[in-house]
Design a protein around this ligand. Sequence first.
Ligand code: FES
Ligand SMILES: [Fe+2]
Length: 351
Amino acid sequence: MSTIPRDQWYVAAYTAEIGRELFSRTICGDPILFWRTEAGEVTAHADRCVHRRFPLSQAPSRLVGDTVVCGYHGFTYDAGGRCVAVPGQTRVPRTARLAQYPVVEQDSLVWVWIGDPELADPGRIPRASYLDAPGWTTVRGMEPLAARYSLLVDNLLDLSHETYLHGGYIGTPEVAQTPISTEVDDDAGIVYVSRHMADAECPPFYERSTGLSGRISRWQDIEYTPPCLYKLHSRIAPVGSVPNPDGSDPDAFHVEVVYAITPETEHSTHDFWLVARDFALDDEGVSAFLAEQNRTVVLQDVEALDVLEQVIATEPAGYQELSVNIDTGGLAARRMLTRMAGGAVPAVPAR
Ligand code: FES
Ligand SMILES: [Fe+2]
């Protein structure tokens, strides 16, 4: 059985990736063709010609106005996926239509609905408005991961690995030493994991970007909305500083680290990453530094998770892993994902 939940919204691309070129990306096993109409609307259809399956993203297929012409025998489709011309006859078969995917552009992300289009509710797409709002500057990238998406979920829900896998970048001893608190909101479908370090070493990632150094107060508040959107609200401040009762927080630096975890196939994942900040907004040096650092950190995870995928692929069935306190958030996320994928939810393991 597939472990990938369907009838869900997934991030398929950044809005800037889709323009007047045919663009294809496989999401949850479905090859999807994206392009933007002359009016600027994003379209999403199956990337397979209904005639003989030629991928419509593949040259010499091409975009002509608001139609796509298949590069094999010329079947032509409009922006709604309807075939409007076939070679050698004037009658177009009624069933000649590309499967269409509901698509929404929001917060600089292109979301696509995988599953029954009748069930798609754009109101259920989780928000990250700071990715596209005044007062914030965002850097971003996407790395391909040759590992199942659940390994990336595990990785992001347990940041104690920063101390070991990302030492010298974002990891300091306090991350692994500080206990977490976990909350699960089953109704809203959100897992929260918090780690507040009152007096911690400032890692290079924040030292070079904020200008703070020495000891800092460092808060990590994770908000994961399975299956796709992971948000890490990171607060960096001088030791002893806390937000004001009215919520204002002038002494702190806020960094919103966002991941969109999108399965490509059962065993590969699109690892979208974004880092938004509310300081040094026009400082291109800070942008370049954060982009380069975060990409390096993501690649450290990618390398580790690619290895884990191979370990899992070659181990005998029934291997039992051992979970401890740091895994509470990851286990809660797994239970939600299993439920979403229609599987039997395992009992909460003893710790
Ligand atoms: S495969 Fe597309 S027209 Fe024949
Ligand atoms: Fe990591």
